[in-house]
Design a protein around this ligand. Structure first.
Ligand SMILES: Nc1ncnc2c1ncn2[C@@H]1O[C@H](COP(=O)(O)OP(=O)(O)O)[C@@H](O)[C@H]1O
Ligand SMILES: [Mg+2]
Length: 237
């Protein structure tokens, strides 16, 4: 890997007195999709929150294109190019789909404005006929697509997705999988936290497995498939 787009180094994080991340480290190369996998409660969501600054890390570094973001406020992390899509799919319910996208429009780090409203609708064709609908009236799958589209409107360097397939019907999960692969071929760097191994192995290029708040395995998706112990030891399969 040349210089990683995102390098997470020795991240510790805690909720009050209860520490849940212990030196989490991994790198993501530009244009790669890293699947952060692990059992329920392993620390996937906390890792994304710590990267995004929503839960300020107690120690460690979050280096985006060579600059440490650890400890910055969430809006500053977002402004610096890390877009975070939390599990709970927050849309502005009283605004239309199109307005949700407009609100989020922002140039990227290097001034790029590759994502425009027409491109968003082209990439998320299911949202096009819904563009005047209030976001609060969308289905769960439609809201998931809207939150991803909205995150992209800020032209981020890195997209963090927490359980994008959770609770969605199989057809919608397949659509989101296609979309993530398409984003990857367009060069977007993605970190995907998922319990659904089948889903994330179908879209990822690299895998990091987290267990009890620490990374226990890290490698290419092909290596993951040929490692007999990692899946049985650390994942629910
Ligand atoms: N808001 C919170 N307050 C206290 N403990 C939490 C909170 N959120 C998560 N935890 C704990 O942190 C650990 C990691 O949780 P989480 O990062 O959500 O795991 P995952 O996303 O892998 O399921 C779990 O033990 C969980 O109970
Ligand atoms: Mg989680």
């Amino acid at each position: 890997m040349s210089e990683p787009e995102l390098s997470v180094q020795g991240l510790d994080a805690a909720y009050g007195a209860s520490q849940v991340l212990f030196g989490v480290s991994f790198d993501v190369g530009r244009g790669e999709t890293l699947a952060l996998m692990g059992r329920n409660g392993a620390g996937k969501s906390t890792t994304l929150k710590a990267i995004a600054g929503v839960l300020p890390p107690r120690a460690g570094q979050v280096i985006l294109r060579g600059k440490d973001m650890a400890g910055r406020k969430p809006y500053r992390v977002a402004h610096s190019g890390i877009a975070y899509v939390p599990e709970d799919r927050q849309v502005f319910p009283e605004h239309t789909v199109e307005e949700n996208l407009e609100i989020a429009q922002k140039r990227g780090l290097d001034g790029t404005a590759g994502w425009t409203i027409p491109r968003a609708f082209e990439s998320f064709p299911l949202l096009l006929p819904l563009r005047r609908r209030m976001a609060g009236r969308l289905s769960g799958g439609e809201q998931q697509m809207l939150t991803i589209a909205r995150a992209l409107m800020g032209n981020p360097a890195v997209l963090l997705l927490d359980e994008p397939s959770e609770g969605l019907a199989p057809l919608i999960v397949a659509e989101i999988g296609r979309l993530i692969r398409k984003l990857r071929s367009a060069g977007t760097t993605i970190v995907l936290a998922e319990q659904n191994s089948r889903f994330c192995l179908a879209v990822a290029t690299r895998v990091a497995v987290i267990d009890k708040g620490g990374i226990v395995w890290h490698g290419d998706v092909e290596q993951f498939h040929t490692d007999p112990t990692v899946q049985s030891r650390y994942l629910q399969v």
